[in-house]
Design a protein around this ligand. Structure first.
Ligand code: ADP
Ligand code: MG
Length: 696
């Protein structure tokens, strides 16, 4: 097998290929666009397009596609071939700068939240030169942004790119004020850790719930779950290992820095983490990673589940968004350095993050809200629905010393002595891990842990970038005219940390005491998507995005409608799937088993009246009581779905789905699961949790 360094990025039109294939002047112009956001002219685009096409055709491509991230939650692509008639009944392969820069998918079939009527169907995709083009399935993929004919943003990438520029602008101004005038650009970096389940395709194909909704809507817990902690970091089964190797190879060819892989807590659950890169590329790569995971699983007779909660009773899947800010001079602005107590620049950036997370805690909660993630947040496995920050002992002590005006004593535990001569001693990390915190400082970055596994990370990141940019802009205004910059800076840091210390919590986020304490501190606790989403369009949030030029008020309202509508639609599909399973498979299966039980009892009686039919009757009695309740509950759910027409706006409809439909679904499931436990496996229509979770 070839060395990874030889094939890494073979399918990417990366910097080296650009250098090799572009005339010097074109390469330089393109680099300027990529690195400092300078506009690109059509002449340059023509040359780039041609070079890209030549490379792609050499690699066996016949098509190109503008790849974009509409509000559907998945990526979209429309393929066009490079062919162009030459007038002699033959074709040549062509690709122009115009085709590279602009695409025109019909926008009417993508969610727009009422921004656009269908007759104004025109939409544009625009090439994003900051994320490299790549090849998949004989097609050249061009990362693009997506907007409507009238300029409204219809995707997730555009706000992300805008927020990165905004944050850079604000951070550079602040750094210049602090004397770092050599800094020209600041970039946000992200490393998303991705969790997923891998199950056997044969099992999957027998479960309509997995097929239609990505999660099991019925399913009694197996005798064994995750209680022995034997799966986390456990040795990887050969079938899974083969999948992982294939996945790594595929991702490396696509230039994705896939780095870490291991088993997760739940049986059949795994994780993949890449090495961090810029937020924009990290987002594209994460989307790509999820798609490649699904495709690679298929090749191995497996299915990759990215739903946040595929199985009740064992952990669901999330995504950890490791986030930091660094300068083009190579400095990580969230690195406390050796003496954070003297590092006013670090203190200022830390204060910006603390204030941002406190003031926009609702937005951070909203950005991770989804029907799937509602099953995790607040359950004792993922961070709670309450947003707070963990700073660890060392930074915690620093913040306290600043607020109290006292001396700071570093908690840094210098070295770890293993106590075994043969093992090397090593330097310990500044902070221990707090696995329960939704937003944890981890040495030189923050780890936002509340994301659901299927989420597009663009949204949390553009929110984070924008809310921190807003603070830096306010800080700049305050410090700009200061007579004594150092004194003003110290005063600002002290004031901000004092005012926002309520958001810092270093304890156990899963405890009931924290819920009460958080309420006392006035932190918000939105338990579900409808509850959270309601606050998305609060004035302070609309102002944040509109005034910073990230998304307009109209676009925010559109996003609000889209999210709520999709939530209701998803729950509706889940409810319909449940009804189908209940009526067509489960009830008939239980009845058939009942029939066998009563046949058995009758047979015994016909042989001899003295034979005991106690077992059959007891089981029959139990099952028929449950089945009655089950059938009644099915009718209740069906009726509840008929009343959805009473709700005319998306918010009240979503709340109805959450409060009424979702509750009934839970009750129906409970009855179904309890019948599963008493029904012969021979009759039960679906593979059990045990078979699915331990079947690979
Ligand atoms: P864990 O969270 O399990 O301790 P690591 O410490 O290895 O894992 O880091 C998790 C992720 O954080 C990786 O994807 C890593 O590349 C990323 N990361 C490290 N430094 C930064 C940074 N400065 N900015 C963004 N992400 C980072
Ligand atoms: Mg982590």
């Amino acid at each position: 097998m070839k060395n990874v360094s030889e094939y890494f990025g073979v399918n990417v039109f990366n910097d080296r290929k650009m250098q090799e294939r572009l005339p010097k002047a074109t390469y330089k112009a393109l680099k300027k666009t990529i690195e400092s956001g300078e506009a690109l002219d059509l002449g340059v685009a023509n040359v780039v397009a041609n070079a890209m096409k030549d490379w792609a055709v050499e690699m066996g491509c016949t098509h190109y596609t503008h790849w974009f991230q509409p509000m559907t939650g998945v990526t979209a692509e429309k393929h066009d071939s490079f062919i162009c008639p030459n007038g002699e009944g033959e074709v040549i392969m062509e690709f122009s700068g115009k085709e590279l820069i602009k695409g025109e998918p019909d926008a009417s079939s993508f969610p727009s939240g009422g921004i656009r009527a269908t007759f104004e169907a025109r939409g544009y995709t625009t090439w994003d030169p900051t994320s490299p083009a790549f090849i998949r399935d004989k097609t050249l993929y061009i990362p693009t942004a997506f907007c409507s004919y009238t300029g409204e943003v219809l995707d997730k990438k555009t706000p992300l790119l805008r927020s990165m520029e905004k944050l850079s602008h604000e951070a550079v101004r602040v750094l210049h004020l602090l004397g770092k005038t050599d800094v020209k650009r600041v970039t946000t970096t992200v490393g998303p850790e991705q969790e997923y389940f891998l199950i056997d395709k044969e099992m999957y194909d027998k479960r309509p719930d997995l097929i239609y909704t990505g999660r099991t809507l019925f399913g009694a817990m197996a005798p064994k779950g995750q209680e022995l902690d034997d799966h986390y970091f456990g040795s990887i089964k050969s079938r899974v290992s083969a999948f992982m190797s294939d996945l790594d190879e595929e991702l490396w060819k696509l230039g994705v820095y896939a780095k870490t892989k291991h088993n997760e807590v739940a049986p059949s659950q795994h994780e993949l983490a890449p090495i961090f890169t810029t937020s924009n590329i990290a987002t594209d790569h994460n989307e790509l990673c999820m798609e490649v995971m699904k495709k690679t699983a298929e090749k191995h007779g497996l299915v990759c589940l990215l739903h946040e909660k595929p199985f009740a009773g064992v952990n669901g899947s999330g995504k950890h968004n490791n986030w930091s800010i660094s300068t083009d001079t190579g400095e990580n602005l969230l690195d406390p350095s050796k003496r954070p107590e003297e590092n006013l620049q670090f203190q200022l950036f830390l204060s910006a993050v603390v204030k941002a997370v406190d003031e926009y805690q609702d937005l951070l909660r909203i950005t991770v809200a989804s029907a799937g993630n509602d099953h995790r947040l607040g359950a004792n496995e993922a961070p709670p629905a309450i947003i707070s920050m963990y700073l660890g002992d060392d930074l915690g002590a620093l913040v306290e010393s600043i607020i109290e005006g006292k001396d700071y004593k570093s908690h840094k535990a210098a070295r770890m002595a293993t106590g075994v001569d043969a093992l090397p001693d090593f330097k310990k990390d500044n902070s221990d891990r707090n696995r329960t915190s939704p937003f944890a400082f981890t040495g030189n970055k923050f780890e936002f842990r509340a994301l659901g596994s299927s989420l597009n990370i663009a949204c949390p990141n553009y929110m984070l970038n924008t809310m921190v940019a807003q603070q830096l802009s306010e800080f700049y205004s305050e410090l700009e005219g200061a007579e004594n910059l150092e004194e003003a800076l110290k005063a600002l840091v002290k004031r901000v940390l004092t005012e926002h210390k309520r958001i810092i919590f270093n304890g156990d986020n899963y405890s009931d005491e924290w819920v009460k304490e958080a309420e006392r501190r006035g932190l918000c606790n939105y338990k579900s998507l409808p509850e959270a989403m309601e606050h998305y369009i609060d004035k302070k949030n609309v102002d944040l995005f509109a005034l910073n030029g990230i998304v307009t008020e109209a676009e925010m309202h559109a996003r609000y409608e889209i999210e709520l509508e999709q939530y209701s639609k998803l729950l509706n599909i889940e409810a319909l799937t449940m009804l189908d399973m209940a009526k067509k498979d489960i009830a008939p299966a239980v009845m058939a088993f009942e029939q066998e039980l009563s046949n058995g009892a009758a047979l015994k009686k016909s042989i001899s009246s003295s034979l005991s039919t106690y077992a059959e009757e007891k089981l029959l009695d139990s099952l028929s009581t449950k089945l009655d309740a089950f059938v009644n509950k099915t009718a209740d759910l069906e009726e509840a779905l008929q009343r959805t027409g009473d709700y005319k706006d998306n918010l009240s409809l979503a709340k109805y789905y959450r409060n009424v439909v979702f509750t009934l679904m839970g009750e129906l499931r409970e009855l179904g699961d309890s019948m599963e436990k008493e029904t012969s496996a021979k009759y039960w229509p679906y593979p059990s949790y045990g078979e699915i979770l331990f079947g690979v």
